[in-house]
Design a protein around this ligand. Structure first.
Ligand SMILES: [Zn+2]
Ligand SMILES: [Zn+2]
Length: 364
């Protein structure tokens, strides 16, 4: 997007609900208001949640601009807008950045208690209905307005747009899981579910110095990618408990991480965790399913169970740092899908549908 070239207007793909074609429309580029930053979008990737919305499996207020995994360059600052990123580095026009998928107020009950992702006034990019003059709130457009309370991270040039865009979703969520898990060096980490989150977790466990990484998935075809992303052992769920114990002198994994979304996997994760270990549960984001826990197990085995939803701004910094150092150590390029220009957004969504687990990118 270039304001001269477009005459002060920018293109956006408007989503009006399942079954409606994307409507490509131009809107006047707004001047950033108090605390806001205007960004020229360079690349957005299609997340699983975008696909769920497009297919009608998830409801969003419409009309809206989908897309929350976004990379762009700063074009203008509103009055009082932040001039530093989450690391404290200065921000100027032209800086290439990514930002948290949500903006939080910093003042409410949950923000003041270290849970900005549960802010009572949370604003999520790609999840808000548009209003006249307030269109640019998602990634599938030529520009985006960053609202106050957004955590911004300047990107190193070594990280490509398509590689960096998912940092603010899957990779930051995994970084949050490791923050909850505590020190990883020398531990045995068992990961349940080897989709994008699980593979990223295997790689991050290795990068953090895990002594052993056990990956577990029902799909045997995921053994190969799990190994390439750092797993030392792959097993089926039925074998997780015995395989975790046989590698840890009978104790079980120090850390278990559940990204599969299956209730049975949650029970399996608890059972595979050693006494005093940590189990991070992050996979289930829709209601349904239940498990039986004997409280005696929780008490005697002193299990630390941590639920995780979304992430805090500092996790995005960890995610970008991790990708900067490890994106070439592990085959993250294999998670990338095809790229499409914004006017071909429908083809991009079709491509993402037919290649699950790959991040299809859209470049305005
Ligand atoms: Zn996402
Ligand atoms: Zn808040």
């Amino acid at each position: 997007m270039n304001t001269e070239r477009t005459g002060g207007r920018a293109l956006a793909a408007i989503f009006s609900g399942h079954g409606h074609p994307f409507d490509l429309r131009e809107f006047p580029i707004p001047a950033p208001a108090q605390g806001e930053i205007l960004v020229d979008v360079s690349c957005s990737t299609i997340c699983g949640s975008d696909l769920h919305t497009w297919h009608g499996r998830r409801q969003e207020p419409t009309p809206c601009i989908l897309g929350h995994e976004i990379v762009g360059r700063i074009t203008a600052f509103g009055p009082g807008a932040p001039r530093i990123d989450l690391r404290g580095e200065p921000l100027t026009e032209g800086d290439r950045i990514t930002w948290t998928l949500a903006a939080s107020c910093g003042l409410c009950f949950f923000c003041r208690r270290g849970l900005p992702q549960k802010c009572e006034h949370l604003f999520k990019y790609g999840h808000s209905s548009i209003a006249p003059g307030r269109e640019f709130s998602g990634g599938f457009a030529e520009c985006c307005i960053l609202t106050p309370g957004t955590g911004i991270v300047k990107l190193p040039e070594s990280l490509s747009d398509a590689m960096a865009a998912p940092a603010n979703c899957a990779v930051a969520t995994v970084a949050a899981a490791f923050r909850l898990a505590g020190p990883i060096e020398g531990t045995t980490v068992a990961i349940l579910g080897c989709g994008v989150l699980g593979l990223t977790a295997a790689a991050m466990a290795r990068a953090l110095g895990a002594a052993e990484v056990i990956a577990c998935d029902l799909d045997p075809h995921r053994a190969n990618p799990a190994t390439r992303f750092g797993a030392g052992h792959f097993c089926q769920p039925a074998n997780l408990i015995t395989d975790s114990r046989s590698r840890t002198n009978g104790r079980g994994a120090d850390v278990t991480m559940e990204f599969s979304g299956s209730a049975a996997a949650v029970a399996n994760a608890f059972a595979a965790t050693r006494t005093g270990g940590v189990s991070v549960i992050a996979g289930t984001t829709t209601p349904g399913g239940s498990i039986t826990i004997d409280p005696n197990e929780l008490v005697r085995r002193m299990l630390n169970i941590r639920g995780l939803h979304n992430y805090a701004p500092q996790d995005l910094v960890s995610a970008v740092d991790f990708l900067s150092t490890s994106a070439t150590t592990f085959p993250f390029h294999s998670l990338g899908g095809d790229g499409f220009p914004l006017p071909e957004i429908t083809r991009a969504f079709e491509s993402a549908t037919s290649s699950p687990g790959r991040r299809v990118s859209i470049t305005p």
